[in-house]
Design a protein around this ligand. Structure first.
Ligand SMILES: Cc1cc2nc3c(=O)[nH]c(=O)nc-3n(C[C@H](O)[C@H](O)[C@H](O)COP(=O)(O)OP(=O)(O)OC[C@H]3O[C@@H](n4cnc5c(N)ncnc54)[C@H](O)[C@@H]3O)c2cc1C
Ligand code: FES
Length: 417
């Protein structure tokens, strides 16, 4: 019997356990489509490859060194392999650059790295969630979807090759789950928002975590179903992992599962007692808005709901803007960047990050909307207001850490940058 709760529209739709899997050769479309088919045909006895994988994972976890501190690592990682997961989606398998076997940092499932590239003369930073499990100490996987007009994701998709060194920093982020925070978890994602959820599901499965994991996913077509193959394998190995997928545009495909977007009915049927569980949500803004509305209507308390939006990125300044000064003279409070020994008055509505760019201070950033935490700096005097502080924890707030991308001084301030 299938152990996945049957979502609406999927009744009786799973193929028989031994249903043939169509064999197709070709590029990303066919690789992903085959993964989708395998996922639909996933109710098979546990085979030896799964067990071998599982033993290897446990052995590796035993031989790994004890955890390092995770904060503030910055350096390079080497691209060891690149795997096409779906059309326009690739996983970059990153390893240490030195002869060290293990990564120079540890992370918690759900965290991300900040990567930097020089593109068209400008240094551009972006955040990418780690999709691999922290039990794997020898590598991290970043899974990147190509945005049609995106500066960095297109660069990564087109130009990053095996053997290349990539500048990265982190890990960062509080969108994490290790199994100690609740006794069950709902991982609800859309599109490439699946990446942090995979890290969590892989980790909890490797740890033999005893809680239920409701893995709920939506994407446009079966071919876009990232990690379909591996989810099928994890689901076979982990009786506590319950996967429900709905495909919003299945027309013209052989998808036999649930169809349509995420709805209240789909969610409540897929996850019994949904409103009383811890829920993590990640995906594009429209998906996040829909899900947030449904969950709020269902009475999910805000402290049970953890979200991470991938799409909320404010454009980074163009290369020529980083040094250009606004024409009118600044009359706002004085901001001192003590490490660089530079001070300047700030313009009305300007953030400390924007002023730092005018002065070529070089504060790192990624999202520019207060969620990633890459732009954290220590404020040594003064006071600021910040519209969004999602990336700050209680310790940050106590020790004067601010988000430069959000911080607008209320009076003269000094920051360590
Ligand atoms: C914490 C965090 C984790 C993330 N994890 C992942 C992950 O695991 N995988 C992943 O793929 N992404 C992830 N992202 C998103 C990622 O950081 C980037 O935002 C994404 O890759 C787009 O960057 P880009 O430089 O390609 O696009 P940008 O150049 O920043 O453009 C952003 C958006 O605007 C659109 N756009 C750009 N220029 C124009 C224009 N002229 N007109 C109209 N539209 C335009 C682009 O199509 C794109 O959708 C994450 C984001 C955060 C904050
Ligand atoms: S750049 Fe992401 S929080 Fe400031």
């Amino acid at each position: 019997m299938p152990k996945t709760p049957t979502p609406p529209g999927a009744e009786g739709s799973l193929p028989a356990p031994d249903a043939p899997v169509a064999s197709r050769e070709g590029g990303a479309d066919t690789v992903a489509a085959r993964a989708g088919e395998l996922w639909q045909a996933r109710e098979k006895p546990i085979g030896s490859p799964d067990l071998d994988w599982f033993r290897a994972e446990k052995e590796l976890a035993k031989t790994a060194p004890s955890p390092l501190m995770t904060a503030n690592w910055r350096g390079q990682l080497r691209v060891a392999s690149i795997v096409t997961e779906a059309p326009g989606v690739k996983t970059f398998h990153l390893v240490p650059t030195s002869s060290d076997r293990f990564l120079p940092f540890t992370f918690v499932p759900g965290q991300f790295l900040n990567v930097a590239f020089w593109i068209g003369g400008a240094r551009m930073n972006r955040s990418y969630s780690i999709s691999s499990s922290p039990t794997q100490r020898e590598y991290v996987d970043l899974t990147v979807r190509r945005e049609p007009r995106g500066a960095v994701s297109r660069h990564i998709d087109d130009l990053v090759k095996v053997g290349e060194l990539i500048e990265a920093g982190g890990p960062a982020g509080k969108f994490t789950f290790t199994g100690t925070e609740a006794d069950s978890i709902v991982l609800l994602s859309g599109g490439v928002g699946i990446t942090p959820m995979m890290s969590i599901a892989r980790y909890l499965t490797a740890q033999l975590w005893g809680g239920e994991i409701f893995f709920i996913y939506t994407c446009r077509t079966p071919a876009d179903f990232i990690f379909a193959n591996e989810l099928a394998m994890l689901e076979r190995r982990n009786p506590k992992l319950l996967v429900a997928v709905t495909i919003s545009k299945p027309e013209g495909t052989d998808w036999k599962g649930s169809r349509g977007r995420i709805t209240r009915e789909f969610l409540t049927q897929a996850v019994p007692g949904l409103a009383s569980r811890r829920i993590h949500v990640c995906g594009p803004p429209s998906f996040m808005d829909t899900v947030r509305t449904i969950l709020t209507d269902l009475g999910v308390p805000s402290d049970s709901l953890k979200t991470e939006a991938f799409g909320a990125v404010k454009p980074a300044p163009a290369a020529d803007r980083t040094t250009a000064k606004p024409s009118a003279p600044a009359t706002g409070p004085l901001v001192t960047f003590s490490t660089n020994n530079k001070s300047a008055k700030i313009h009305a509505d300007q953030t400390i990050l924007e002023l730092s760019e005018e002065l070529s201070i070089g504060i790192e950033f990624s999202c520019r909307v207060g969620t990633c935490g890459v732009c954290k700096v220590k404020m040594t005097s003064g006071e600021v207001e910040m519209a969004v502080q999602d990336a700050l924890d209680d310790d940050d707030k106590k020790n004067g850490t601010i988000l430069a991308c959000q911080a607008k001084p209320k009076g003269d301030v000094a920051v360590e940058a």
